[in-house]
Each structure stands twice: as C-alpha cells, then as structure tokens.
Design a protein around this ligand. Structure first.
Ligand code: XLS
Ligand code: NI
Ligand code: NI
Length: 437
C-alpha cells in the first residue's frame, strides 16, 4: 500500500515542552484518569466528509486543499482509493473512530440501484480496513441535503416521491452502518425545515418527519440493528429554520411523537452558538432528559455568524464539556467527533494533522481539568448549598409534592420576608479559573 502522508510520522505523546508539532502535549491515550484511559474517555472520531471530501471552498472561492491522491472524479475507483488514504490518516493521528454520510464515501450512480451498489462496495472495503487497522464506526448517516432533489427537504419534502427516495437512502445507509458495526446512526436535518412559511404546512411536515423516524426505528428492529439513533440539532443554515433547532425543540418533538425511547442527541458546539445558546446549556438540557448521546466537537468563530466548523482550541469549553461527560458517567455509544475543517488558508497535507493534534490536546486538557473539578466536588458542594433550603422542611415538601398554594400561603405567613443569598457568580468564575492550568 502506498504512503500518502509521507513526511508525517505517527503522532505520539511527548508531553508538555516538546517542540515537535507532530506530537501530543496532553493526549496520552493510555494514561488513566478516574479509572479509565484517556482513549476510552474521549473516544475521538474523525468525519470522512471533512477529512476526505472537504476541498476548503467557500461561497466566494474555489477549493484550496491539496489532495494529491484524488483524481477529482465521482468514480467508484476514486472512492475506493480514498479509503486507503483515510485509514492511513486515522493510524497516523491515532484516532479510533470515524463517521460518514453515504455520499462522502460512495458516489451516486446513474440509477438508485447503482447508487446503493456503490455504497455496498465501498462498505466492503471499509469493513476490511476497519478490521485490519482496528478502527470503529462511531456513526453513519445519509446525506439528504446535497442533491437538488432534497432542496425542499427530504422527510419534510412536499413531494412524496422525494420522501420515498430519502427513505430508500436511509434504509441502505442504516443497513451498511449495521454491517460495519456502527455504534450509532445520526439524523441531521439540514433541509428539514423551511425557507418561507408562505408555502409551508408545518404540522404536516412534522408528522411526516416523525413517520420517517418511526420507520427507521422499525427497520432497525427488523434487521437487528441495536445501535443508538441520534438527532443533531441546528437552528438554521442551510434552511432559514430547521425543525430540530436546539436540544429543547428536539426533545419536545421526540416526546410529542413517542420517539424519546429510541433517540438521543448528538450535540455540536457550533450549532449551539448558532441557536443562541452556549454548548453548556445544550448539554444540560439533553443530560436533564437522559438524552445526551454524542458530541460533534468543534467551535465557531466569535466574529463570523456561520457554522464555521473550526477545530476546538478553547480549553474552557472543553473543560465545561468534559465535566458534564464525566458527571453523566461517560459516553456509552457516543464520542467526540471532530466535525471540523481546516481554514481555507491551511491547505497543505500537514495542516490536517496540526488541526487534529490541536483538537485532541484541547479535549485531553479539558478532561484532565474536568477530572480535578469533579473529584474535588467544590462546585457540587457550592451549588448544593445554593439549593439547600429544598433539602428539608418546606422545600423538601415542595419537591415531594406535599404542598398546595393554600399550605404554602399558610407557611409564608409564619415566616419573616425571605432574604435571598448571593449567587456568587464571580467567586465561582474565580474558582473555575483556578483549575485551568
Ligand atoms: C452540519 C452538520 C453535519 C452533521 C452530519 O452542519 O454538522 O455535518 O454532523 O450530517
Ligand atoms: Ni455543523
Ligand atoms: Ni455535525
């Protein structure tokens, strides 16, 4: 097998202070933290679409990424060849998991059957490569947003034949995900929303979307697929409004249509900020419903209001995320998929490595800091104290459903007017900063 990243060595842990840019300073895969290796805590994943298919074009300029292995065609041979490149990349960067859309890995054919055949053939090779290199599929998905037939939605298209085509794509993507041992299957509804309400029957579209998901759940049962289904919320882009706009909207939809037992959320940092939330907020909403499944670990740009999908460099954010992951007991089927791309100016092959090294070190650092925070328990103690009036007496009665407006009215008359204690925000911010080193 030829080597595609010739001058790049396998990236290893060298620790802080190394001057080697192709080394980890913090990600030491076998180091044990809170009883588990960093590798098992973080479960890093690489997205096929960004690593192999993103030429770094933007709405104003052509692609810049150097991909000397790629002949630029939509041929099956070209697709099969990319698999070797990708697994060499996974090996050199030491990432165990990956994710794909059907259309990242295999081209559309002239007919629907040829399309599905292409997918099956590339998956034959992916399966062999997974086994050879000991890599795993974190999740698969079907790309229901690039082809013009999906321009007005897939499961929410006003056209029933488009709906059927989308269902056919999902059936095959799901079956291949199952064959590759995929631990999850994701739905990101890029165009499941609207451009204008003037032409949109929202209720009807949502009913269709739910029917679509139920069919996927039923099909998984039929073929014996036990992986976890995810919805990935995002408020907009490319649609003006996407139905799965944020964690709360997704959970409401899943509850309303009786799907909550079958789905968890795959939360992406940049989507949270587009929704006008912090990632912490999105995580807390999902965790509160026992529905955090996986994470697309990237970050947006403070000045650009798009889904810029940058590699995570924000140690504060990584810490906030990992505190939550640790407190929920870790990932089960999910992981940290870098749904991130290099900047258009970082077009050389080695930039792919710098980008991932940075993202992995950021999360490794976040994990180490988060472990200290969780083990110390200071935040839990302080937050616990803040709510301590609910631990006993009238507060406990409220929580146990033993009160009424009458009983609280009677109680309120027996006490002095309450004086609320400080929220201590700045003190907590200082405490958080204390852990960051
Ligand atoms: C786009 C989404 C997409 C999903 C997978 O913004 O993040 O890449 O992760 O369809
Ligand atoms: Ni995104
Ligand atoms: Ni994503």
């Amino acid at each position: 097998m030829s080597e595609y990243f010739k001058n790049i060595p396998k990236v290893k842990f060298e620790g802080r202070g190394t001057t080697n840019p192709f080394a980890f300073r913090h990600y030491n895969p076998e180091e044990v933290i809170m009883g588990k290796t960093m590798r098992d805590h973080l479960r890093f994943g690489a997205p096929y679409w960004h690593v192999m298919r993103n030429d770094l074009s933007d709405p104003f300029g052509a692609g810049t990424a150097l991909m000397p292995w790629d002949d630029g065609s939509e041929s099956l041979d070209n697709a099969l060849n990319r698999v070797d490149v990708f697994f060499e990349f996974l090996n050199k960067i030491d990432i165990d998991y990956y994710c794909w859309h059907d259309r990242d890995i295999a081209p559309e054919g002239k007919t629907l059957s040829e399309t599905h055949d292409n997918l099956a053939k590339v998956c034959d090779k992916l399966l062999a490569s997974q086994q050879e290199h000991d890599k795993k599929l974190l999740w698969g998905t079907s790309c229901l947003f690039i082809n013009p037939r999906y321009s007005q939605g897939a499961a929410t298209s006003p056209n029933a034949d488009v709906f059927a085509y989308a269902a056919s794509n999902v059936k095959h993507a799901l079956e291949q995900t199952h064959r590759l041992g995929g631990e999850g299957y994701t739905f990101w509804g890029g165009r499941e929303g609207y451009s204008t309400l003037l032409n949109t029957d929202m209720k009807r579209e949502l009913d269709h979307l739910a029917a679509f998901f139920h069919m996927a759940v039923d099909h998984a049962k039929k073929i014996g697929y036990k992986g976890q289904f995810y919805i990935e919320p995002k408020p907009m882009e490319p649609s003006t409004h996407q139905y799965d706009s944020d964690s709360a909207a997704c959970l409401n939809f899943l509850r309303e249509y009786n799907l909550l037992d079958h789905f968890k959320l795959n939360l992406e940092t940049n989507h949270a900020t587009l929704a006008g939330h912090t990632m912490q907020h999105e995580l807390d909403v999902a965790i509160g419903a026992d529905a955090l499944g996986s994470i697309d670990a990237n970050q947006g740009d403070e000045l650009v209001g798009w889904d810029t999908d940058q590699f995570p460099t924000d140690i504060y954010m990584a810490t906030h995320v990992m505190v939550r992951v640790l407190k929920m007991g870790g990932f089960t089927t999910g992981g940290l998929n870098f749904d991130a791309k290099r900047r258009r100016e970082s077009h050389e092959l080695e930039d792919l490595f710098h980008a991932h090294v940075g993202g992995m070190d950021t999360y490794a650092r976040g994990l180490k800091i988060a472990a200290k925070i969780v083990e110390d328990g200071r935040f839990d103690e302080l937050v616990g104290e803040r709510y301590s009036t609910f631990d006993s007496g009238i507060g406990a009665d409220v929580e146990n459903g033993k009160t009424t407006l009458d009983s609280l009215d009677a109680y309120a008359h027996t006490i002095d007017a309450p004086i609320i204690a400080s929220g201590r925000q700045e003190m907590l911010e200082n405490l958080f900063n204390d852990y960051i080193q």
